[in-house]
Design a binder for this molecule. Structure first.
Ligand code: SF4
Ligand code: SF4
Length: 446
């Protein structure tokens, strides 16, 4: 039986000639054999239907069966561009015998949602893949690097396996005071949920420090949880570890319940997605936004005194754009920076290309390299370089390191990868200037 998507040739039904008989007049025509196939049913044979039944048995997995093969999803799937993927192909592979639960295809979908955007039948890979992965996780059938992240997230509360006490170590070098609620537990307007990569990754820490300066100058009343913060766990959920996600949610909400804040702001679109869409399903509702949404309405009042005479292109994060509908706030910030010229990539906004980091892909680069012709981040960096941009601007903590690596591996080192907050900080004069402005005690925006 063919597996892995190879098509089985249809059985040949042609005869030398065929007779067609009118049911009304009884008249008969003889047709050459080449037309016979029109009158013979083409049947799929030699396949079992058990694949769909197994997937449908998982809550969330039902819609894979709804595919009617229109093919709209294939050209928009980022994984299909570097392999044989797209929901239509997954549907066909399952139809022709592939066991999704043990196939590498189970781990390649980044849950980017571009297929769902165009699918007339609402085949929902964002539900299907986590549902199927949950089964594989329960069976212990998980790529090693992902298992490692699950264990670190469970043990340390972050995907990097770092010490919780060092979660806010970045704050020391921010150049402005950073309020930690554990030490100063009074009410606050904005609880800034830093998430893992801005807390621990070297490039993320620089972005967190830039945020501290910009938010302070902007007059935002904000604070962090510091060592009490744990990952919100959305990528772990999408990678199939729902139990871990729920355990993390219990811990996170118990911590949040102890403090008084008006809203949560995060730099992480995956965290945003969890708080906006998943936590409310279990009764935990917050006013939550992305940091670009916090700053965009304040940008006209920021002292953007430094011109940055560069061309910039912007990568829409899937979980900020397609999943949560925000395309304007990041662009508004970039367009406010004097001297900066924004040029769009061909695939942008609703049709933005995925960096490969969603749905657990952040931790599966080694695995996916064996099953695709090119990393998604490399393909995206090539697209960014084609615009002639000097800077690839991002606003998701997963992206800086992914794109910096990809810029090197594709020979595009000239392309500088910067978070939008770093560009704002630079336009405000950089660390020393912004820190002294913040220390002057005269915020420019209230
Ligand atoms: S767009 Fe939807 S219905 Fe059409 S082929 Fe893709 S999954 Fe099937
Ligand atoms: S969610 Fe994205 S990566 Fe997954 S199948 Fe759909 S388009 Fe492809």
């Amino acid at each position: 039986m063919p597996v892995g998507g190879r098509k089985q040739e249809p059985a040949a039904f042609e005869k030398e000639e065929a007779v067609v008989r009118s049911t009304i007049s009884g008249r008969e025509w003889e047709l050459p054999g080449m037309w016979n196939r029109m009158f013979e049913p083409r049947v799929l044979s030699g396949y079992t239907s058990g694949g769909f039944a197994k997937i449908s048995a998982q809550p969330g997995g039902e819609s894979l069966e709804w595919c009617y093969g229109c093919g709209k999803c294939v050209p928009v799937c980022p994984v299909d561009m570097v392999g044989e993927y797209g929901p239509r192909k997954i549907h066909r592979k399952v139809q022709t015998g592939m066991d999704l639960f043990s196939s590498p295809d189970l781990w390649l979908c980044t849950t980017c949602a571009n297929c769902l955007r165009v699918c007339p039948k609402q085949v929902n890979m964002i539900d299907i893949m986590p549902a199927a992965r949950e089964v594989a996780v329960a069976d212990g059938n998980v790529p090693n690097e992902l298992q490692d992240v699950f264990e670190k997230s469970f043990r340390y509360g972050n995907a990097l396996g770092e010490n919780a006490r060092r979660r806010h170590a970045w704050a020391k070098d921010a150049g402005v005071p950073v309020r930690v609620l554990a030490n100063d537990p009074g009410p606050v307007d904005v609880l800034f949920y830093v998430e893992d990569y801005w807390s621990y990754h070297p490039r993320g820490k620089q972005a967190a420090q830039a945020f501290a300066r910009v938010a302070t100058v902007a007059g935002v009343d904000w604070a962090i949880l510091g060592p009490e913060e744990k990952t919100l766990g959305d990528s772990q959920r999408l990678a199939g570890e729902k139990g871990l996600f729920e355990a993390l949610m219990d811990d996170v909400t118990a911590t949040l319940d102890r403090y008084e804040f008006a809203r949560i702001v995060t730099p992480d679109p995956h965290g945003l997605n969890a708080l906006r869409k998943e936590y409310p399903k279990r009764g935990h509702t917050y006013d939550v936004s992305h940091y670009t949404q916090l700053l965009a309405p304040l940008v006209d009042r920021l002292p953007l005194v430094n011109r940055i005479e560069k061309k910039v292109t912007f990568h829409d994060p899937c979980y900020l754009g397609r999943h949560n509908g925000e395309y304007e706030a990041p662009r508004r910030l970039l367009e406010a920076i004097p001297g900066l010229e924004l040029v769009e990539m061909l695939r942008c906004r609703e049709n933005g290309y995925c960096c490969g980091g969603g749905g657990g892909g952040m931790w599966l680069d080694g695995f996916t390299a064996n099953h695709t012709s090119e990393r998604l981040s490399e393909r995206r960096v090539r697209e960014a370089a084609e615009t002639g941009a000097d800077i690839l601007a991002v606003c998701c903590p997963y992206e800086v390191s992914r794109f910096e690596d990809a810029a090197k591996s594709t020979g595009n080192e000239h392309l500088k990868v910067l978070d939008i907050i770093e560009l704002l900080d630079e336009a405000m004069g950089g660390k020393d200037a912004v820190a002294s402005l913040a220390a002057s005690g005269e915020p420019v925006a209230r």
